[in-house]
Write a protein that binds this ligand. Structure first.
Ligand SMILES: [Zn+2]
Length: 189
């Protein structure tokens, strides 16, 4: 069985980033059936989704902010815990951004995508530190860089060790193709 290209199973939609085999959106901008939320900031965590998967801290922040509108069904997943969602495996790892913030590590038939949400690599005593992950595709948010990036731009990767390709879609989500580089920056697969 061949390994599917990440771009064939995760894509941007009007509601946000959508993982097709998992049947969920990540940080959706519209109300959806199943949402995986990277962290509690309101431009990522919105109310009213039917099912929500996030770290316990993120769900606590959402509950504080939205009360009963946080979501009908809440699934609290701790860092490092692996859960099955549809046909994919999902694991949340620290993003170092705020309390409870997580990168979403998604595995599907030998193909791995990491969605960072907002992240920060310098130490922060208020949250767990960013943990780099090996992956085939790293999707992050470069809204602040939007003016300086365009389709096919070449940038340096997070550790400045290699060139990566950046594609910015209409949602301002950057698809950083790490397939083109030797992505051995730490972490384990
Ligand atoms: Zn944030």
């Amino acid at each position: 069985m061949s390994i599917p290209a990440p771009q064939s199973w995760i894509r941007a939609t009007p509601s946000g980033l959508y993982c097709e085999p998992g049947g969920f959106h990540i940080d959706p901008v519209q109300t959806v059936d199943r949402a995986v939320i990277t962290h509690g900031h309101s431009d990522h965590a919105r109310p009213g989704h039917r099912r929500v998967l996030a770290t316990p801290e993120t769900i606590a922040i959402m509950r504080q902010r939205y009360g009963e509108s946080v979501g009908a069904s809440l699934q609290r997943v701790r860092y490092g815990e692996k859960v099955r969602v549809g046909d994919v495996s999902v694991r949340l790892v620290p993003a170092g951004h705020i309390l409870g913030s997580a990168q979403v590590v998604i595995d599907y038939r030998g193909s791995r995508v990491v969605v960072s949400g907002d992240y920060k690599r310098r130490p922060d005593p208020t949250c767990a530190g960013f943990e780099p992950q090996h992956c085939d595709l790293f999707i992050t948010q470069l809204l602040s860089h939007r003016k300086s990036t365009s389709h096919g731009d070449q940038r340096r990767c997070a550790k400045g060790k290699c060139a990566i390709e950046v594609n910015v879609d209409s949602l301002g989500v950057a698809l950083l193709s790490l397939e083109v580089c030797d992505n051995r920056h730490g972490g384990s697969r």
